[in-house]
Design a protein around this ligand. Sequence first.
Ligand SMILES: [Zn+2]
Length: 386
Amino acid sequence: MKSWDANGKKYFKYHLDQKSLNFYSFISANYQVERKKWHGIDLEVYYYKEHATNVPNMMKSMQKALEYYTTNFGPYYHKQCRIVEFPRYASFAQAFPGTMPYSEGIGFITDLRDVTKDDIDMVFYVVAHEMGHQYWAHQVCGAGMQGSEMMSEGFAQYSSLMVMEKEYGKDKMKKFLEYEMNDYLRGRSSEFEGENPIMKTENQQYIHYNKASVVMYYFKEMIGEQNVNKAMKNLINEFAYKDPPYATSLDAVNEFRKVTPDSLGYLIPDLFEHITLFSNRALKVTSKKVGAEYEVTIKTTSEKFRSNALGKETPTPIADYIDIGVFGKSDKADVLGKPLVYKRLKITKKDNTFVFKTKNEPAKAGIDPYNYLIDRIPDDNVKGVE
Ligand SMILES: [Zn+2]
């Protein structure tokens, strides 16, 4: 609001536009400032003059994130939105109300020149995640109890995934979700206390970041992006900037329950209240020419488990809608080709055989081919045609 000199010192007076968490940072340096106005909000990046390379990308991510979040979750309540560089004493970014300190080590000096078409743009992703916290942690402040990180980190992850998907497309998300799935599986294998279901996560990064990404993305694929966002917006409408009692993961899951159709009601306990794992596998894929078409036969197995806190898995009956797909030739070994058949079918037993007809020559086929489900071995879901 005001700055002045007195007693040989510089003074500044600040006033928040919106009642916020009593949580702020002091960062001081000789900065260059990149500025842009977006719908009355000052988007700003404060950076060291030799670190300008990724600044436009950060600006772009801030704007794309605001576009998605204001459309889907509700208003952004500050007049500024600032990224402020700090030296590599630490390599993290953090969201304070309207201000996001960001280490040179994870964004400003990141060399993205070698990033191939399939790699994740980490600079864009981290900015979108921190922007997510302007809603998840700052607008909806979770109660200090188990599960609150599902709403802060987990929902910031989901939000950034949606911004990335709009910018880079679904294929790229598959790659990102693969990392997230692997980190979750690795994380739970080295848990030394006890794994919690996501709605009871407690200082468990492999759950509230990695599992949350996979679970929320899958949930979105199943009930639709608009429904997930409607539930999250309802949570914001109910809790944003309100006095206690603060939101708990029970409130969030109740909102999800309201937007989930009855036929998919099983997703709520599976994804949020329990630790659920699958073992989906393509055993054999064959194809023969029948007239002008190809007849593709896919043999699969599907098993479903619930795990307890110590990792003991108990088989549980399967009655899940799972995707079955047949894909055409791809020019890259690790990328699926164009889907020739893609169906979401209710799977109710372990061994299954599917027969489909395709016009184009099939190359690969399998079950849950995009790895939406948490799978003990994710990479045996698809097989080449024999
Ligand atoms: Zn975060």
